[in-house]
Design a binder for this molecule. Structure first.
Ligand code: ADP
Length: 398
């Protein structure tokens, strides 16, 4: 089957076409500046990236342009649209309604809309992506794959906040967790690599990208994760603060004379390593500064790694042990300093990074020594492939 995977944001639309038998990416790209112009980047398998300025007033034109590129006589990878067998859509928030990927129906879309309050920036955009595809590909089955679904197995003790119960009962204020597709994909692969049955495995997954979350995956199921009601909770991120004392919100509002929205903007967009370093949200820039001897850049990376280590330690406790620790996503796959600094806290347990192996970037690699008590792996995540696999699974169940 050829699966078109769509990840739709408010002004962008990322796509890949994946053949589900060979798991090859046949083409990929992104539409950006939707509604304010339009740029299509398209790369067919084995071909050059093409960048085209095309007017895209809405996501419908964006989808249409993607399909035109895919079926273009010269560089297209499909003879006709009939060769698209299904579409898999990334949906950020499925609330408590979805614990796995689901076939997209009118009723399902209503349930997703009911979660809009929980992800006001993402879910409406995801639904626009679905509606646009339905217009242009009316007869193709579509599946929604949720960022939150994998974490629906968390027990109440992991998802409840220390708040009045009515906020959970009435508004569903609880911890949900995100990056579920990645945590699921990576933990499954980790179980294969350490040669343990998934149903009998304890894996800590550190998904460290621009957004970052850590999860405890016990016997193939998420039992805890660092993001909460929204992706702001947890470890320090590119521009998000991660865990803070909630009183800081009032304190900053008073000092800076801003309202709640103003403070939330600071916590989401101006904090994290961007705010701490004053340099950049990109770990490459901060690492380069540290290598030049910049003390503040070093403090930022140490603080970041320390927070990561504390979550790893907490999740080892949550699972009564650990069979593997895995790093993934942009920072986890590339930044040797952070991986080494975070794992250095577990020397008391006999977990040891191998100096040479732990240099690895962007490829599946064992980072720890042969005599490390727990293996540390780097496993590149592939959220699109995971969405394609789940799409096929759901359609198989139909
Ligand atoms: P997201 O999907 O959350 O936007 P990614 O998983 O792509 O984020 O991660 C982005 C981050 O990965 C960047 O901010 C950058 O700091 C880091 N990164 C990417 N490539 C490298 C690299 N070669 N070396 C160090 N860090 C990198």
């Amino acid at each position: 089957m050829n699966i078109l995977v769509i990840n739709c944001g408010s002004s962008s639309l990322k796509f890949q076409v994946i053949n589900s038998e060979s798991e090859e990416v046949l083409a990929k790209g992104i539409c950006e500046r939707i509604g304010i112009g339009g740029v299509l980047e398209y790369t067919p398998k084995g071909g050059e990236k093409e960048i085209t300025q095309i007017d895209m007033p809405t996501h419908v034109e964006a989808v249409q342009n993607v399909l035109n590129a895919l079926t273009n006589e010269k560089t297209g990878i499909l003879k006709s649209l009939d060769e698209i067998d299904a579409v898999g859509h990334r949906i950020v928030h499925g609330g408590e309604a979805f614990s796995e990927a689901a076939l997209i129906t009118e009723e399902m879309i209503k349930e997703v809309e009911a979660c809009n309050d929980l992800a006001p920036l993402h879910n409406p955009a995801n639904i626009i992506g679905i509606r646009s595809c339905q217009k242009v590909l009316p007869n193709v089955p579509m599946v929604g794959v949720f960022d939150t679904a994998f974490h629906q197995t968390m027990p109440a003790k992991a998802y409840l906040y220390g708040l009045p119960k009515k906020y959970y009962d009435e508004y569903k204020v609880r911890r949900y967790g995100f990056h579920g597709t990645s945590h699921q994909f990576v933990s499954r692969r980790a179980a294969e690599l350490i040669k343990k049955p998934l149903e009998d495995s304890k894996i800590v997954v550190c998904h460290l990208g621009n957004g970052a979350s850590i999860s405890a995956v016990l016997n193939g199921k998420s039992i805890d994760t660092s993001m909460g009601l929204t992706p702001l909770e947890g470890v320090i991120m590119g521009t998000r603060s991660g865990d803070i004392d909630p009183s800081i919100v009032q304190f900053i509002a008073n000092k800076e004379g801003c309202d709640i929205d103003g403070v939330m903007n600071i916590l989401n967009k101006q904090s994290g390593v961007l705010g701490m370093s004053g340099i950049s949200s990109d770990f490459r820039d901060i690492t380069a500064k540290m290598e030049e001897g910049d003390q503040n850049a070093k403090d930022v990376l140490e603080t970041y790694s320390y927070r990561v280590a504390k979550y790893i330690g907490a999740y080892i406790t949550a699972m009564h042990g650990v069979d593997a620790i895995v790093f993934t996503a942009g920072v986890g796959e590339n930044n040797k300093y952070i991986r080494r600094m975070a794992i250095s806290y577990f020397d008391y347990m006999g977990i040891k990074m191998d100096p040479e192996r732990s240099e690895a970037v962007r490829c599946e690699a064992l980072l720890s020594t042969d005599d490390s008590t727990v293996p540390v792996w780097m496993i590149p995540t592939d959220e699109e492939l995971s969405i394609a696999r789940q799409t096929v699974e759901v359609l198989g169940k139909k």
